[in-house]
Design a protein around this ligand. Structure first.
Ligand code: SAJ
Length: 410
């Protein structure tokens, strides 16, 4: 059994390593030569707690290797990015590129699983795309020249991948019944969770539904935070109290919703059924409005100072990670530096070495250590609830104007 995993990012690489640790030989494919080289040297090209140990082991044992060309294999797992375009329709260019490379390797009998989060119907489109390249193959079950297609959306939480990769239940949706069975057998090699079989379209929608549920819940919390401020109520206490009710579970407000999943996936539903997706669209708008609200607040406070110094604590998209994708905090700092005359922004971000271009291009933004930035600041703006910020000595905040978007210093 050889399994080929296409796309060695946050999801593809851990999936490849988990499968390799359970027996099958795994070949990882990525377009990025630097990723391939790093992986073959047993190094993880991104930060994920405790994952380096597993990767080193499977690479050293010769169970996992990486390359840029797509090989012949018994099963393929496609875990490439599915970004959206300006109109919020999915951009399937990476799926198509993967399909184009897989097509010539097929003999019949292979399983091809799409893991990338995708709008309903995408797995079938990927199948059609491959079969358009290979008119000698079919997606019908049980023939000699059958190829089997399924969707098995990933659900791991970045930062907790080692625990969740094998523990989470998985939704598995085949384009045909045989494809579902084959995909279930593949995931059973490393998953200890329940493997829930359905069709491909329902599996695609299930993933989008999970992330939209979270987005709607966070939007509720963010709306409550703005209402509470208006009414002079502490929103953190409010939510804690309400959550004591046995059937209430409200998530936490913050500076906005970021990352490449929760802030993206609901749009795939809105795009698929625009008229019917009123709540899901509004939740997106509420969450996207929160960074603007925070920015307005800081800008108003900055008026009190001649050349205000702002310590911005955190630019990652959430706590205790180094991922800056779709980060609301990053965008708040960027806009702050542009909008406020005379402002000087000191960014504290323990999880990144250097500021990204989006910030380093500003002359009035620089990176600083936590204590130094706070000592110099007029306004302390907490944007991410990193552990090191939570344990800060409160004495240091005396006489500072504080904007605490995560409620960690209440
Ligand atoms: N956030 C809040 N308040 C909260 C929780 C989160 O404002 O109470 C914010 C975070 O700060 C962050 C954003 O939401 O900016 C998203 O963070 P997250 O921790 O909710 O989720 P992700 O994007 O890291 O991972 C999600 C997970 N989905 C669900 O929990 C339903 C993960 O299981 C998925 O695998 C992942 O999306 C994905 O790849 O789809």
């Amino acid at each position: 059994e050889t399994v080929c995993v296409v796309g060695l990012g946050y999801i593809g690489l851990p999936t490849a390593a988990f499968i390799a640790s359970r027996g099958p030989r795994v070949i990882g494919v990525d377009v990025k030569q630097s990723f391939v080289d790093q992986i073959n040297a047993g190094e993880v090209p991104f930060f994920e707690p405790d994952f380096d140990v597993l990767l080193k082991e499977v690479v050293k044992d010769g169970k996992l290797s990486a390359q840029t060309d797509t090989p012949v294999a018994d099963a393929y797992i496609v875990a490439v990015p599915t970004p959206f375009k300006d109109d919020y329709a999915v951009d399937t260019k990476y799926i198509q590129a993967a399909a184009k490379n897989i097509a010539p390797q097929l003999k019949g009998g292979e399983l091809i699983v799409l893991e990338s989060t995708s709008p309903p119907g995408t797995t079938e489109k990927m199948a059609e795309f491959i079969l358009a390249e290979r008119s000698d193959l079919t997606m019908e079950d049980g023939l000699e020249n059958s190829v089997y297609f399924a969707h098995a959306p990933e659900r791991v939480l970045p930062g907790r991948i080692m625990a969740e990769m094998s523990a989470n239940d998985r939704v598995i949706g085949g384009v045909t019944p045989r494809a579902s069975e084959m995909a279930r057998d593949l995931y059973a090699t490393f998953s200890n969770g329940e493997l829930l079989v359905t069709d491909a379209k329902t599996a695609e929608m299930a993933k989008l539904t999970e992330n939209s549920f979270r987005d709607v819940n966070i939007a509720f919390a963010n709306e409550l935070s703005i209402i509470s401020e208006r009414l002079g109520i502490d929103v953190w206490e409010l939510i804690e109290l309400a959550n004591h009710h046995p059937r209430v579970n409200i998530l936490q407000p913050g500076p906005g919703v970021g990352g490449h999943c929760i802030a993206v996936d609901p749009w795939f539903i809105v795009n698929a059924a625009p008229e019917e997706s009123r709540l899901i669209r509004t939740a997106r708008e509420v969450n996207d409005g929160k960074p603007v609200y925070v920015l307005d607040k800081v800008e108003a406070l900055a008026q009190r100072f001649k050349d205000p110094v702002v310590a911005a604590l955190g630019i990652a998209f959430k706590a205790n990670i180094d991922d800056l994708r779709e980060s609301p905090s990053l965008n708040i700092v960027d806009k702050l530096a542009t909008d406020v005359a005379g402002v000087d922004v000191r960014v504290v971000e323990p999880n990144v070495e250097e500021l990204p271009e989006q910030l380093s291009r500003h002359e009035n933004v620089r990176k600083q250590d936590l204590e130094g930035a706070i000592a110099d600041a007029d306004i302390v703006l907490l944007l991410v609830d990193h552990d090191s910020f939570k344990t800060l000595d409160q004495e240091l905040l005396k006489e500072k104007v504080i904007v605490d978007t995560k409620g960690v210093w209440r």
